[in-house]
Design a protein around this ligand. Sequence first.
Ligand SMILES: [Zn+2]
Length: 1072
Amino acid sequence: MIHLRREERFFEKMGTEYPSSPAIPSRPASPFSVPQSSTPFKSSGPVVGPEASAFRHAPPSSTQITPPSSSSGSMVGTEASAFRTIPSGMPNGAARPPPTSGFPNMPPAAGPYQPFPAPQFSSIAQVPPPRTSLAGQPVLWPPVRPVSGSFSTSPVSLNPTQPTPVQMGSPPQSGSMVQPDIVAPRSPIDSQFSAARATMQQSSPTAGSVYPVARPSFQSSFPGYISQQTTAGAQAQPRQSLAFPPQPGGYVPPMPAASSPYFAQQGCYAAPPSVASQLGHPREQIRHPGSTHPMAVMQGLVEDFSSFSIGSVPGSFDSGLDSKVLPRPLEGDLERNTLSEMFPLNCSSRYLRLTTSGIPNSQSLASRWHLPLGAVVCPLAEAPNGEEVPVVNFAQTGIIRCKRCRTYVNPYVTFTDSGRKWRCNSCALLNDVPGEYFAHLDARGRRIDLDQRPELTKGSVEFIAPTDYMVRPPMPPLYFFLIDVSVSAVRSGMLEVVAQTIKSCLDNLPGFPRTQIGFITYDSTLHFYNMKSSLNQPQMMVMSDLDDVFIPLPDDLLVNLSESRTVVDAFLDSFPSMFQENTNVESAFGPALRAAFMVMSQLGGKLLIFQHSLPSLGVGRLRLRGDDIRVYGTDKEHILRIPEDPFYKQMAADFTKNQVAVNLYGFSDKYTDLATLGTLAKYTGGQVYYYPSFQAAVHKDKLCHELARDLTRETAWESVMRIRCGKGVRFTTYHGNFMLRSTDLIALPAVDCDKAYAMQLSLEETLLTSQTVYFQVALLYTSSSGERRIRVHTAAAPVVADLGEMYRMADTGAIISLFTRLAIEKTLTSKLEEARNSVQLRIVKALREYRNLHAVQHRLGGRMIYPESLKCLPLYGLALCKSIALRGGYADAQPDERCAAGYTMMALPVKKMLKLLYPQLIRIDEYLLKKTSLAEDSKDKDIWKGLPLAAGSLDPQGLYLYDDGFRFVLWFGSMLSPDRVKNLLGENFAADYSKVSLREQDNEISRNLMGLLNKYRESDSSYYQLSYLVRQGEKPREGYFLLTNLIEDPVGGANGYLDWIMQLHRQVQQNA
Ligand SMILES: [Zn+2]
C-alpha cells in the first residue's frame, strides 16, 4: 500500500524529474559550469569568414595546449587502417551453428559463417570493404533457376499426406468469435467535438456549471507545427487528494446479483465476456479441456495448429519436405486482429502490441509459455489521416483518474449511481464523478454525452495537462549541433550536406517561434559561435584548453532561431568552406561533448552529433580496440560491444537528467568505437545513424532525408512514460533506448514516431481471479508548442487458463520484436553464438511445449506442428540469427556495423523490425513495361507480394527489387534484355555497376521504376533507401549486397531455412 501510494504521487507529478529530491527547485546548475571569468579565450574572435581559419590556427593565448598526439597514443592516422586487415587463422568458432548432437548424419555445420564481406547495415560505399574470403572456403551458391511461380503462401495444412488419426472437419475459424453483447456504438467522433454541449439535466448535482467540453475540434497532436502558440489552457484545479477513501465499499451501491464485482453493468460498457464465451465455447470447456467432449476439442485444435511432415529418418536431408510449403511472411506483417475484434475499444495495435493477448491466469501457466510475455509500445506512432489521436481538455475539472491506482479515465470504466460514481476498470474502486464531469445515464446505463467524450469511446486520447504536471514552464524545442570538422570529415563532403540540410529545414523545425538553436564545431580545439541576433555574422571563438572547458558567452551560443535567423543562415552558408583547408586530424570529442552539455543543460533539447573519427584528445578519448581478433570467440568478446570509457555513460546519465536527447551520426570508414559513442543515444532515448565510408557523392540523399526527418518530425519533449496494468500482473523489465527513472518510469528526453519500446510482464500472484487485464500507457510530454500533454493508450486483454489459448492469441511480430531486443542485450554480456543459441532454444522449447499439448491425441509421429499464429516464428528466428547484430563471427560484420545495427534495432517499431528481418524481394521487370502507372495498381496486388528470400527466386531474365526498409538492391539478371537495361541505366548500361548511380532516363520504363522506388520510400519514410545496382554474377558485389541477405539459403556455414526447420524439429522431438 505504502509503496503504491508513493508511486502514485510520483506519477502524478511525472513532470518532476526527481521528486525524490524536491530540494532542487528546477534544473540543477550544470556541474561543469564555470562562472564567467577572465580566463583567457578569444572572446573577441574575428568574424567568421575567410580570415577565421587563419585566426583559428593562431597559437591560443590560453594556458595549456594539449601535447601533440602523444596523449592519444597515435591511434588516429594511417595506422588506423591496419585495423581492417584480417589475419588468417582467425577463430571462427563463433560462427558455428549450434551443435546438433544426436544426429550423426547431419552434415558438419562447421566453417565460417559467410566468407563474403558482410553487408552493411545502412548505406555503404560502392566498393565493398576489402575483406576476402577465408582461405579454402568455397562459396557455394544455390543454383539459380527460373522462378517456378509455385511458391505458395503456406496454406494452413502443409501436409498432403497427413496421417491424421481423426477426421478433421472444417472448424469454425477465428471469425466465429462473437462480439461482446453490449458494446457501445462507436462514436461518430470526428464530427462531434465541435457540438455545443447538450443542455444540462436538471438533476445534475452541479446544474448550471459549464461542461468542460472536449476541445472544439481535432487538433494535431503536435500543435507545435502550428505557428500560433496555444496556452496550456487550464487553471489547474487543486490536485485531487491522494488520500485513499477509507473503504471503497462505503461508496458501493448494491451490486446486481449476477454481476462480477469488477463490472457494474449499468455503466456504458459492460464487462467484456470471457474469452471462452467469445470464442463460442462454453467457458468450462476451455478451463477444463479434459472434461469436454473429445470432438469439441478436436475442432478447436484444427484451427490451433498447422503441421507438415518431416522425413522419419533423423538426420536425413532427403526428407521429402518441400521448401516451397514452408510458411513465409510474403505479404509483410502477419498481424492478427483477434484482440481488436474482442475489444473494439482498444487502442490501435500501432501503439501497443502484446506478445500474446491471452494473459495466463497462473504462474504455472506462464512458466509453460517459453516465449517472451510482454508488450511492444510505440506511443507516438504515425496515424493515418482521420485516425489522429483526439485531444481532450478537462480544464477546471482536472484530469479524471482513479484515486487508488491512478488509471486514467478510459472506455472501460463504468458509470453508476445515476452517473455520480465511476468504477475503475483496473482496480474496481468506485470513484466520485466530479460535478463538472457529471452526465446522466440513459436506460442502458450509458452516459448521455458519450458521443462527445472521446476519452470514453477511444482507446487513445491525449489530455491537456494542468500545471501540476509541470515542474517548470514547458521548454522550447531546442536543437544543438556538434560537428566534427577534422580533415576526414571535411574530405568526405559531410559538412556541406549537413549544413545545407539544416538550412533547408530551418523553416520546418517544430516550435516556431520559440525554437532555439546553436552550434559547436571541433577538431583538436573547440569552436564556439556567437549567434546573437544583433550581429550580421556569427563570431567564432576557439578554445584550446581541453582540460578546463568552459562556456564563453553563455547567453549567445544558444539563440532563438527566429530572432537570429540571419546569423544562423550566414553560419550555415559559410562554415563548410571555413574548414575546407583544414588538415587537423584530431578529434576533441569528449571536451566538445562537455561544452555542449554546459550550453544545453539549462533547457534540455536535442543534441545532434556528427562524428567522423575516433575521439583522440582530452577526456573521453578512445582507443582502437576492435581489431584485437584474439578476443573473438572468447569470453571477452562481448566487451567490444559495450562502452569502454565510463565517461560516456556518465555523460548520457547527465544528459537524460537534463532532458537532452542525443542522436549520433557516424560516418567513418574506420573504427570509431560506436559501441562506446552509441551509449549517448542509448541512454537518452536517442538514435544512432551510421553511414560507413560516407561519401557525399554517393550517400548525400540518404543523409539529407534522414537528417531532415530527424529535424522536422513531430517530437515530444521532456517526457516520461509509464505502462500500467491491472492487479496481479506487473511489468518487470524494459528494453530499448532510454534510461529508467525508478523501477517503472521511463525517462525520454525526446520521443518521436520512430521509437518503440518493449517490456516483459510477469504475474505477481499465483492465480489471477479477474477475467480481463487492462493495460494503460501514459506518456507525459511537452509538445513543440509548449503544451504539457498526456497521451494515454488503453487496451484490454482476456485472462486465459489454457496454454492453447495463449498460442492462439500469440503475435509473432511482437514476440520477435521483444526477442530481438533480448538477443541484442545478450550480445553485450555473451558471445554472439550464445545469443543465437538462446533464440533457438526458446523457439524449440515453445514448439516442444506446443507439441506436448497435442501429441497424445494426434499421434503426431514425425510431423512437425506449430500454432498457426506462430507459423513464421522459426523463419524470423533464423533471420534474427542472420541479422547484422547477431550474425557469424568476427569477419561477418565489423564491430561498428554490429553496434550501429544493435542500437538501431533496439528502437524499431514492430513492422519496421519485421521488414528488416525478412525484407521484400519482388520481380519488377514485367511490371515496369505496363503503361498504367503504379498508383492504380490496387487490383494488381501480386506485384506487392514478395518472393521467398532464396536465390531460387531469381530468374536470370528478370529484374528484382530487394527492400529491407534501409536500402534497395536492384538485381539485374544476366539474361535480362539489354534494351531494357539500357532503358534503365542509359549510356552506363554496360559499365561497372559500382560506378553507376540510378537516375531517371527519358523513357516510360525508367520513369516507372523511379516511381516505384518512390512509392516504396513513401510507404515508410523513417529511413531512406539508397539504390544499389547489382548484376548477376558480378563478384563480390552480388554476394555482398544481395546473396548474403537471402536468408533462406544455406550460405557459408549457416543454416538455410529447410535445414533450420529440420534442426528445430529434431530438437523439439528430443525429450518430447
Ligand atoms: Zn483504479
